[in-house]
Design a protein around this ligand. Structure first.
Ligand SMILES: NC(=O)C1=CN([C@@H]2O[C@H](COP(=O)(O)OP(=O)(O)OC[C@H]3O[C@@H](n4cnc5c(N)ncnc54)[C@H](O)[C@@H]3O)[C@@H](O)[C@H]2O)C=CC1
Ligand SMILES: O=C(CO)COP(=O)(O)O
Length: 341
């Protein structure tokens, strides 16, 4: 079935955390109205009555044509484009809930970055396992260096949109294209997904390094060698190696691994300073996706026999009670290597 894309499709964003709220506000800049599905009643009320999300990015004003809704079935049934922005570990269950209600010509855009722990699935695999081929094939994947707070503030950013269906990809690129939000298109779905998901692990590593008091050289080494191990896993999935040098790869990794705006970097920094993971996780309702993605990626690395020493070290610190300093020593004491990826 060929889908006709209107200039002003009806769009709903599913998930009203920081990124869902920012993307809904962005789209509200060009559409008459945008719907935002939120789980939390106080978020729905805050947005509809005061044009604020009281839980995520609570200090920022939201546009009046952004309307929040709590009924997932209604939202799924009444929109042509659904932008999925729930954290990775909830993605499968939310998709299963909305699936019976979607329009046959619906197009999904996923803006979630992570790897599922239960099934070790990428988000595109969750879509393929949930929906029939035409809907899964049309789904596009938005990734790249973009902090919610900067996007709402209208600061310039550039991101990547990946998709396998050329018509859907062109339409979603155009929908998400603004002078201050430049969206580049690519057909490399797994490359874009893996870059966006795995950079969060490396951002935790960079934060740990900074938290331990190491310098810019150590951080640059982690970023560069981190990209090498992301590309090694990407090879197994058939990703285009050039994608990792792009916005969703090096671009997002550089930004996330060097900014205090990043939840993943900050989680690492606090670990490096000696705080426990449970204390850090308990101090915020926001997610640092790299924590769960380190668990799933380390299992994937072992399953596929891929060398991922930084992921292994982050996993050891997060889940095996290895002190950060000891993990660094183990990382540095490995054999000499050739630099090739
Ligand atoms: N915040 C940012 O700047 C960016 C975030 N992302 C990605 O967007 C995705 C969503 O992250 P954020 O919007 O930042 O989330 P957040 O950390 O700001 O908010 C947490 C979200 O999880 C939802 N949630 C909690 N329990 C749930 C459950 N049982 N079922 C369904 N949803 C549940 C909350 O309703 C809320 O929407 C993540 O994959 C993140 O990596 C991507 C780019 C930028
Ligand atoms: O993915 C992000 C930026 O591109 C957001 O990073 P954090 O989740 O670490 O804040």
């Amino acid at each position: 079935m060929a889908v006709e894309y209107a200039d002003n499709p009806s769009v709903a964003v599913i998930g009203a955390g920081s990124w869902g709220t920012a993307l809904a506000a962005l789209l509200a800049g060009k559409l008459p109205q945008v719907t935002l599905w939120a789980r939390e009643p106080e978020v729905v009320e805050g947005i509809n009555q005061g044009h604020h999300n009281p839980v995520y990015l609570a200090d920022l004003d939201l546009p009046p044509n952004l309307v929040a809704h709590q009924d997932l079935a209604w939202v799924a049934a009444n929109h042509d484009v659904l932008v999925m922005v729930v954290p990775t570990q909830f993605c499968r269950q939310v998709l299963a809930q909305l699936k019976p209600h979607v329009r046959p010509h619906v197009t999904f855009v996923s803006a979630t970055k992570g790897v599922e722990t239960a099934n070790l699935a990428l988000i595109s695999e969750i879509f393929t396992q949930t929906f029939a081929a035409p809907i899964a094939q049309r789904t596009c994947y938005l990734s790249g260096p973009s902090f919610a707070r900067e996007v709402i503030a209208g600061q310039p950013v550039a991101v990547a949109m990946a998709g396998a269906d050329e018509a859907a990809l062109a339409a979603m690129q155009a929908l998400f294209f603004f002078p201050h939000f430049r969206t580049y298109s690519t057909s490399d779905v797994v490359g874009v997904e893996l870059g966006g998901a795995l950079k969060n692990i490396i951002a935790i590593a960079a934060g740990i390094s900074d938290g331990l008091g190491y310098g810019a050289g150590a951080r640059a080494a982690l970023i560069t060698r981190g990209l090498a191990e992301i590309a090694r896993l990407g090879h197994i999935y058939g990703a285009n190696p050039q994608t990792f040098a792009g916005l969703s790869g090096m671009g997002d990794l550089l930004m996330t691994a060097s900014s205090t705006l990043s939840r993943n970097y900050t989680t690492g920094f606090r670990l490096g300073q000696g705080e426990s993971l449970s204390h850090i996780s308990g101090s915020s309702r926001e997610v640092a996706e790299g924590v769960q993605t380190a668990a799933s990626t380390w299992l994937l690395a072992q399953r596929h026999g891929v060398e991922m020493p930084i992921t292994q070290a982050v996993h050891a610190i997060l889940f095996e009670q290895v002190p950060p300093q000891q993990a660094v020593t183990q990382l540095l004491n490995r054999d000499m290597k050739r630099e090739a990826v």
